[in-house]
Structures are given as structure tokens and as C-alpha cells.
Design a binder for this molecule. Sequence first.
Ligand code: PHE
Length: 400
Amino acid sequence: MQLDLLNLLKRFCNCIFYFVRALLPVVLLSGCVKNCSPKQRESFQSSPEILIGHFASMTGGEASFGQSTDKGIRLAVDAQNVEGGIKGKKIVILTEDNQGKPEEAAAVVKKLITQDGVIALLGEVASTRSLAAAPTAQKYQIPMVSPSSTNPRVTQVGDYIFRVCFIDPFQGPVMARFASHFLKLKKVAILKDLKSDYSLGLADFFKSKFISLGGEIVSEQSFQTGDTDFKGQLTRIRAADPEAIFIPAYYTEVGLIARQVRQLGIKAILMGGDGWDSPKLYEIGKDAVEGAYFSNHYSSESPSEVTQKFIKDYMAKYKEEPDGLAASGYDAALILMDAMKRAKDLDPKEIQVQLAQTKSFVGATGTITINNERNASKEAFIVQVHQKTHKFITQLGAEN
Ligand code: PHE
């Protein structure tokens, strides 16, 4: 009887011991709020590999964004590993699929930081998902580099949030200047996505510049991500008789909208932003997108040596042509690794300091300087859809 009791007590103590031991890493890591604990610092330094998290839409309606970006990132990282890695360590990319959902983006970023112990993050493409995840990266003070989120609010989340692309207060006016000066348009309609921070911002930045250049927005209509029938909005747009329709949205909806535009007999020019850049646009939009214009981060026709080498290496590895997302992912990884090389040690704070000092870095998308707001100052390419691909029309920088 007494022995039984003793055994029971022993088992109970054992249970408590294992429970506490299992919880210890979680407790230690979540202690890395506001300046990492010396213990976690040590774990970054002593880890045999450099762990970088990539959170992306690998599945869902925007899967092409995540997949292309991931390929670009891995191309850059694999090449660095062949060179011996960084500070003698191999770089490992941990990719987490957020299925294109903002709440998933926040959840996987928390997992990457607190469970996997990544030292830096790459992602997201879509501004809405970058905005959902950035507060977590900022809270744990883990540097996050977005390859292609263009909404201005993304990097305003805090000093650990960076991007290697231009922002919509630049991209919107670029398209407005192109519409007004190059295409000589006076009357434009807008069709925007109410569920996307990117779409709403870009619509507004385009609109105010176009009006200031003497243009008129004759109709402004909206839809929501995932919609497939746009006939109601397009019928109202047709009644306003615009010369062009500006559609700041992503390729799936843009492709469907373009087809319905032509089905309704609307002849207006179609225009958009970087969200159009996917080979899927041509599959979905078919002939309806022919002749349309959009602004982009990248052009395969750029004569730059780095761009041409990127295309060659990408084709050799993946047997397909890269899109702008792949180029932006590649540049984001290159810039993060460049900061790690310059850092005196592998500490998130040190990497953050070095990222902020990135100057005139020549990447596949152009020459990138990280400015005081942690955004990239660079030019935009304007391209025109032609026979299932797009051709370079012009390059525009900031107005001086
Ligand atoms: N700029 C878009 C956003 O912020 C994302 C995007 C970039 C999509 C490049 C396609 C190509 O949401």
C-alpha cells in the first residue's frame, strides 16, 4: 500500500518534470520580446545553420505569387550556399504556406519566429498579408523584408520592416502620368477591390494624380477578391464611356474582368499595376488582355548584366521564364544576405542595422537603395501585354 503511494508520487513528479522541460523552449523564445534574451542571441550565433522564414501564398487564388517568389529566393540562396554560405554557415529557407489568407500569414509568421527560431523573414507579396504579419515580426524584433508589397503602410509598422520595391504613392502617379502624357487620356474609369489594401491605396494614388493632371474619373466601381461576375459594375462603367479602365487588382480577377469587358463590347484601354504580373493573366484573360498596359518591378528586356544572368540561371534551374515576382524574391533574398554578410555577427538587431544601410545594390529588378522609410527608391517599368507576354514600353522615375 505504502509502496503504491510512493510510486504514484514518483510518477506525478516525473510528469511535472517532463511538462516543464517541454515548455522551456517556448518560454525562452517568447521571452525574446523587445530585444532578444542573451540566451536566444547565443542560439542564433551557435546554430549550425542560418534559418530564414519565407511566408507566402503557395496555394489558393494567388498561388502564382508565392510559388514564383519562392523560386526566386531559392535560386539566390542556393547560389550563396555553393559559395560556402555566410560566415561559414549554410542558409536554410523554411517556407510556410498562408493559403493567401491574412490571418494565416500572421499565424505562420508567429510559428516561424517562436517555434522554428528564424533569424529573418522574407514575405509577403500581397500588402494585406504583409500588414497582417508585420506587427509580429516587429514585436519579436525579427527583420522582415517584403519583396513586392507596395502599400505605404507596410513599412510604417516599425523599424524591423523593410521592402525592396517601390511604393504605391509612386506607382499610382506613374500610371497617371503615363495615361495622361503618353496615352493622352482624359476620361478614365476605376474598378477596385474592396478586400485589398493594395487595390484601395493604388486606386486613390492614381486618381488624385490623374485629376491633378487635368483628367477626369468618370466612374469608380468596386468588387471583392473572389468575385467572378463583374457585369453590373462594367455596365455602369460602359454608360460613363471612359477611354480607359484602371484596374488595380491581381491577375485572377483582372483576367476575368478583362474578358467581361470585351463581352460587353467595351473598347476602352485596360490599365493596371504590378498585381497583373503573372503568366496566369494570359491564361485567364486570353485575347481580352492584349494591348493592356501595366506598371511593373521588372522587365526581362532590361539589358542589365545582373538581370540577364538572373534569367539565364532561373531558366537553367526551373526550365521556365521568370516573372517579376521571381525577380523581386531573388532581390529580397540577395539584399537580406548582403546585410548578413556585412553584419559583424548573426544577430537580428545587427542585420536590421545593415539592411537599413543598403545602398545602390544592383539586383535583377534594378538598382536598389533602402531609404529612411525602409522602402526602395527605384524606377518603374511600364509594359504592354502582347501575345501572352509583355513588352517594355518605357521606364519612369520620380518626377523632379
Ligand atoms: N504590390 C502588390 C501588393 O502590394 C503585390 C504584387 C507585387 C503583386 C508584384 C504582383 C506583382 O499587394
